[in-house]
Design a protein around this ligand. Structure first.
Ligand SMILES: Nc1ncnc2c1ncn2[C@@H]1O[C@H](COP(=O)(O)OP(=O)(O)OP(=O)(O)O)[C@@H](O)[C@H]1O
Ligand SMILES: NC(=O)c1ccc[n+]([C@@H]2O[C@H](COP(=O)(O)O)[C@@H](O)[C@H]2O)c1
Length: 172
């Protein structure tokens, strides 16, 4: 039995993340999805709460042939103890997945196996691009699983991100 760990901010969970999970599913029996920056929400860069991101992920992966756990992980001021913090919040895992250079470095230094994946269609499958389209009333729905569109509708996500962007001093 192998359990993997995949961390991201998932703001929102998009088709690039979904493809990455589909690929990871070939390697592992179970997967923990770490919801990074769990303490942040209501900014342009991090518009959705940890709870909202749990809904997006759980509903998007309902038909995936994999046991999944979504676990919120708050940020820390100290990178040097971040991996221990992650381990303290997550079910045990054998291998971590990320394409983020800092995350890769921290797991490596902690002696944990880390795997990267190719980027899928990165010119559009990027959280920043999805959020820009939400703000500008462009087509963001084609970049995310159908379940994410439903969650964003349910929580009034478009109204929220447009409001934040209007009043904004938060970075994108
Ligand atoms: N299109 C993609 N294909 C493969 N992996 C991706 C893709 N987009 C993001 N990832 C990876 O998924 C993980 C989580 O990504 P993250 O939540 O930061 O999304 P992002 O699209 O990079 O968002 P943002 O633009 O908001 O920073 C990171 O390791 C990231 O490199
Ligand atoms: N010191 C820390 O709190 C620390 C260090 C490395 C990564 N992280 C988090 O891990 C997540 C990585 O996800 P992304 O690949 O989506 O950036 C982010 O939420 C990031 O803030 C936090």
């Amino acid at each position: 039995m192998t359990r993997g760990f995949y961390i991201g901010r998932f703001q929102p969970f998009h088709n690039g993340h979904h493809n990455m999970v589909a690929q990871i599913a070939d390697d592992v029996d179970e997967l923990v999805l770490g919801i990074g920056s769990a303490d942040d929400s209501h900014t342009v860069r991090n518009p959705f709460t940890a709870g909202e991101r749990i809904m997006m992920i759980t509903k998007s992966l309902v038909n995936t042939d994999l046991v999944t756990y979504a676990v919120p992980i708050e940020d820390l001021e100290r990178n040097s103890v971040w991996v221990s913090h992650v381990q303290s919040m997550s079910p045990d895992f054998d291998v971590a997945y990320s394409n983020n250079p800092l995350v890769i470095q921290l797991f490596r230094e902690a002696g944990i196996e880390i795997r990267q994946s190719p980027m899928f269609n990165r010119d559009v499958l990027e959280g920043t691009e999805v959020r820009e389209r939400m703000i500008n009333d462009d087509d963001w729905q084609s970049l995310v699983p159908g379940a994410v569109t439903e969650v964003v509708d349910e929580i009034g996500g478009i109204e929220r991100i447009q409001m934040i962007s209007d009043s904004d001093s938060n970075g994108r």
